[in-house]
Design a protein around this ligand. Structure first.
Ligand SMILES: [Ca+2]
Length: 313
């Protein structure tokens, strides 16, 4: 990892000083829930974080309406204020594997909107300029459409925390960097986001690909006995037995993007200038101003233990 030696020293961003009180940070969760299983866990962790105020959920890619239905049903199962949280379908794209959405087939709710995801983000950001962080854990199609929708809107976004990219390694430990799914699914959109000048908090494969939820951790979460954790168990089972890449232990890719916002503990972030190429490669370049704060490494055991604690609240 020679390259690691030449990058700037990590900084610890956004960590409130000890004893400092903050209002919850408003966030919008933009997700491709229904394909991989980590979006469901990311939403679940997000819902257990009082440091964050979730304004709504938007969905992206494949059948975005089916994804929104899935998110809305999960929120309805959680009950209380979650049942009325707005969920908006964003931009749909060609159909991809998303078996979990069948769990929500036929679900209806007044808080579920079959279109308008990008407009929802735009409205909320204009209501609270400079305050809202977008947590983007799918391809960046909705977010790029938002940035294109209104000149100067990027300046009103506090930050975008995203799962995406592959800086010094790929999916497998020790592998070379490779185009990562969220980036390569719409590289043009990713380029729009990385060149917009919005502060970016990035969780790439480097720090996320080894965040495994073991069978023991699943037992801990699924024995909780709440309707919500039972729903997570159902979705986990559907995913486990149908995903075409034979994933068995969920990887918490997207969950790190949630945890980088108003972090519960310090995460080392490295300022990098990242260029997105046409095939979705995210290349660190020297010279020029950094455009992203990147989590290149996390303490896996401590990260997973924190997540499991939150899921058992
Ligand atoms: Ca995702």
């Amino acid at each position: 990892m020679v390259a690691l030696c030449v990058v700037a020293a990590p900084v610890f961003a956004q960590q409130p000083a000890v004893g400092e009180k903050h209002d919850p940070a408003p966030v919008i969760f933009d997700t491709d829930i229904g394909t991989d299983i980590d979006d469901a866990y990311a939403l679940a962790v997000l819902m257990q974080r009082p440091e964050l105020q979730v304004l709504g959920v938007t969905t992206v890619s494949s059948d975005a309406v089916a994804r929104a239905r899935l998110a809305a049903k999960l929120l309805a199962v959680a009950g209380g204020r979650w049942a009325s949280l707005p969920v908006y379908a964003g931009i749909s794209t060609p159909i991809q594997y998303m078996k979990q959405v069948e769990w929500a087939q036929g679900f209806e709710s007044p808080s579920l909107h079959p279109s308008g995801g990008v407009d929802f983000m735009r409205r909320e950001i204009n209501k609270r300029p400079g305050e809202i962080t977008i947590i983007a854990v799918g391809e960046l199609t909705n977010v790029a459409a938002l940035l294109d929708a209104e000149p100067g809107i990027g300046k009103k976004i506090r930050a975008i925390a995203l799962m995406g990219g592959s800086i010094y390694r790929g999916y497998a430990a020790g592998s070379r960097p490779e185009p990562e799914w969220n980036i390569k699914s719409n590289a043009a959109a990713a380029r729009t986001v990385f060149t917009a000048g919005v502060p970016l908090l990035v969780a790439p494969l480097d720090s996320t690909a080894d965040l495994k939820m073991t069978p023991e951790m699943r037992v801990q979460v699924f024995t909780r006995g709440t309707a919500f954790n039972d729903a997570l168990a159902a979705l986990n089972s559907i995913w486990r037995h149908t995903n075409h890449w034979n994933g068995e232990n969920p990887t918490y890719f997207d969950v790190l993007a949630v945890q980088l916002v108003q972090p519960r503990k310090p995460y080392a972030l490295t300022p990098l200038r990242i260029e997105v190429t046409g095939d979705g490669t995210t290349r660190p370049v020297t010279g020029g101003k950094p455009n992203a704060e990147v989590a290149l490494q996390v303490d896996i055991a401590s990260f997973m233990s924190d997540c499991i604690t939150l899921l058992n609240r």
